[in-house]
Design a protein around this ligand. Structure first.
Ligand code: ZN
Length: 167
């Protein structure tokens, strides 16, 4: 099972230059057009902020980064985030109370691995975990939400796999 970093390994999320729309945002605009979803300017701006961050962002950090002629209230930003999560562009990490780009929107199930030391987050598709949860759910009658589980720990760099790590 190979872990894929959300940023470099994603087929659509690539590093971007400040001020340029990332290819992820461009793909999201196209995806919304195809699906007749309304990517309003505020939703797009929130997506750009999440896409530009190397680590998951809390909602307050997104609000802080939104600058414009008028101050946007938290409900507006939360509604935009709800849309982006629902549309499959952003994942909500409940354990971290933070938001990160969805690197594998088409994967039936992923494990979200978050490093508590450096904040690095990666997605790993896992049929084994999906099957185990489905079996557990069937046996107990529990109906799980979502298509991801979150696991916190230390990434290879922070757990000593690399010589040094710059946070
Ligand atoms: Zn780390």
């Amino acid at each position: 099972m190979q872990a894929h970093s959300v940023r470099p390994a994603s087929p659509i999320a690539e590093p971007q230059t400040a001020g340029e729309p990332s290819s992820f945002v461009t793909a999201a605009v196209e995806s919304c057009r195809r699906r007749s979803l309304n990517l309003t300017p505020i939703r797009r701006r929130v997506l750009e902020i999440v896409a530009a961050s190397p680590t998951p962002l809390a909602a307050y950090a997104i609000i802080h980064r939104l600058s414009g002629p008028k101050l946007l209230g938290p409900p507006t930003v939360y509604r935009a985030l709800d849309f982006l999560v629902e549309a499959g562009f952003v994942r909500h990490l409940a354990l971290r109370k933070a938001f990160v780009l969805c690197a594998r929107p088409d994967a039936p199930f992923v494990a979200m691995l978050t490093c508590t030391a450096c904040g690095d987050t990666s997605e790993t598709p896992s049929e084994e975990v999906r099957a185990a949860i489905a079996q557990f759910a069937s046996a107990t009658g529990f109906a799980p939400h979502g298509r991801a589980i979150e696991i916190e720990g230390r990434c290879a760099s922070c757990s000593g796999g690399a010589i040094e790590h710059v946070p």
